[in-house]
Design a protein around this ligand. Sequence first.
Ligand code: GUN
Ligand code: FE
Length: 441
Amino acid sequence: MTSTLLRGRTLSFLRWPETVDDHCAWRYEDDGGLLLRDGRIVAAGAYADVEKKADEGVKKIDHRPHLLLPGFIDAHAHFPQMQVIASYGAELLDWLNTYTFPEETKFQNAQHGRRIARLFLDEMVRHGTTTVAAYCSVHKGSAEAFFAESHDRNMLNIAGKVMMDRNAPEGVLDTAQSGYDDSKALIKEWHGKGRQHYAITPRFAITSSPEQLEMAGALCREYPDLHMQTHLSENHAEIAFTLQLYPQARDYTDVYERYGLLGRKSLFGHCIHLSEREADALSDSGSVAVFCPTSNLFLGSGLFNYQRYRTRYKALRIAAATDVGGGTNYSMLRTMDEGYKVIALNGEKLNPFQSFWQLTRGNAEALSVVERIGTLDQGSDADIIVLDARATPAMRLRMETADTLAEELFLLQTLGDDRAVREVYVAGRVMKSDLGLNVGP
Ligand code: GUN
Ligand code: FE
């Protein structure tokens, strides 16, 4: 089996960096090496050491002076919303009714689903995102399309067909029973096939009847290893309507709690307007709050209080995500740039090491997949990106005055986008190359 030896400036995190001087939180090699074999990283460290472990016929690729990082992870995005992104003028519920639900009806057509799934994953990879937790449409075929395209690329992705049986047009509704049956059939067909992970995906409380949330809870009990993803506390009108639909619930979080939907594999998009009780319930159950800054700004939903959630007595597990097409960019660099500004509006700062921790290891921990991805550790899957902090004239100019790795990372976050992602490896295979490598199998 041929192996590949990458050379470059490697950066990978061991834990949350408290400050920019917390060097024990990451491993950085100015002249680093990564030896790849069978889709895995089999050795990592100083280039001189790693090179000694390579066999005769190893293929060597020198990426200096660029940075090598684990692929970015997007913890929440809607693949059927590629033609919803950039829809003008509405807050959440009007945006769903006016743009999103009508668009998602088109995914009744399996060919349309396959085309958009292909373009979506192409776009993810182009932006350096090698793993996404994706919502499909209500249609079983949309999830089949997504998983087929994901499996073809050998990407580690998490996805599910949305379950929604009310308060939306007929063309995007299932029933409590068909939502359960279709989810179960998809789990059997796709979960654990190659690198595919199924997520039980009730869209949110407004579009699910109590019977459907009951069924979603039943699936979680039948398949306790699976992820569950939904939306929570994004917008004030959404919260009010939810409490009207579920009058017995103490609060929005309690709706999901009652149906057994909280837990360590549960991903809650947004979580902007949580009470202390709700935050405690998420923390106690190990649930994950997913920060979607570009979406929250675009829809005017509110400011996620990242540092409050992270540092409160009962801390929350946090992930970061684009939430395309409520979100406005596919790039996790653009996402964390906006995230930095949201956090600043709450009177706090997120330092560049913390940002890049979040995009890689942090999101991998939040998605419970850090054993496989999110680091450059030996044994990890070889999902690797090559970042160029001089990718544009403005970046090149600004780099003239950047002296430290922290400054370089912050510049990448503030000015960078898909142009800064020069190469992408998915399970050791080149999937994007600006530098003249052969792409694909
Ligand atoms: N809540 C329920 N569905 C959606 C969606 O598609 N996008 C966002 N941002 N919020 C939602
Ligand atoms: Fe969303």
